[in-house]
Design a protein around this ligand. Structure first.
Ligand SMILES: Cc1cc2nc3c(=O)[nH]c(=O)nc-3n(C[C@H](O)[C@H](O)[C@H](O)COP(=O)(O)O)c2cc1C
Length: 197
């Protein structure tokens, strides 16, 4: 199973990034391969000039195509997802999320924009034909405390519990998807079906 994790924060120290990192470790613990892309690690010119053919962008597109699941984590900026995230999502082809399970994650300064994922991010995921977009998780900044020095950030108890449940749901949804039949196996099946007619 492959999951592509997309971080939409321009900030190096990032609360949505903390949740994305936690998700990555939790899924890896369940045997899932997770590849993370942070929007801030892309060449800004590739994003602003929509260079679909840049090697970095092509690598991203290929991995999204192969992925069973995609996690999209974003800070809430001006009552929506970050503009930086949108420049990356805009490079995806129209059906990029078709057949994939998508988990949205957002962090915001207050709960006032709790619904931004529903009214802003989810329509974009739906335009990319996400097969199944989970409810996801929203955390406000008071629920994630950065550690001192190299210490890991702490989630408050309620958030930690909710997040674990959300990740379990995400993993189970991906695991229960019908698996595409390997082309070699499909060929054998078709041949044997012909002989049995
Ligand atoms: C430019 C900017 C705009 C923001 N706009 C909002 C907003 O409209 N609503 C909100 O709840 N928080 C807003 N915030 C707060 C961030 O969403 C919040 O601190 C978030 O956790 C940051 O995520 P990050 O640490 O992953 O970058 C804004 C922060 C910045 C820097």
């Amino acid at each position: 199973m492959l999951v592509v994790a997309i971080g939409g924060s321009p900030s190096q120290r990032s609360r949505s990034g903390v949740l994305l990192e936690r998700a990555k470790h939790a899924l890896q613990g369940k045997g899932v391969e997770v590849v993370t892309f942070q929007v801030r690690d892309f060449n800004a010119e590739d994003l602003l000039h929509a260079r679909f053919d840049s090697p970095q962008v092509l690598n991203f597109l290929q991995l999204v195509e192969k992925a069973d699941g995609v996690i999209v984590a974003t800070p809430i900026y001006k009552a929506a997802y970050s503009g930086a995230l949108k420049t990356l999502l805009d490079l995806l082809p129209e059906r990029a999320l078709s057949g994939k399970v998508v988990l949205p994650i957002a962090t915001g300064g207050s709960i006032a924009h709790l619904l931004a994922v529903d009214y802003a991010l989810k329509p974009v995921l739906s335009a990319l034909k996400a097969q199944e977009t989970l409810q996801g998780i929203f955390a406000d900044d008071t629920q994630i405390t950065y550690g001192q020095g190299n210490a890991a950030a702490q989630l408050d108890e309620r958030l930690a519990e909710r997040f674990e449940a959300v990740l379990t749901e995400f993993h189970q949804t991906i695991a229960s998807r019908p698996k595409p039949v390997d082309p070699g196996v499909l060929n054998d099946r078709l041949l044997s079906a012909r002989w049995s007619i």
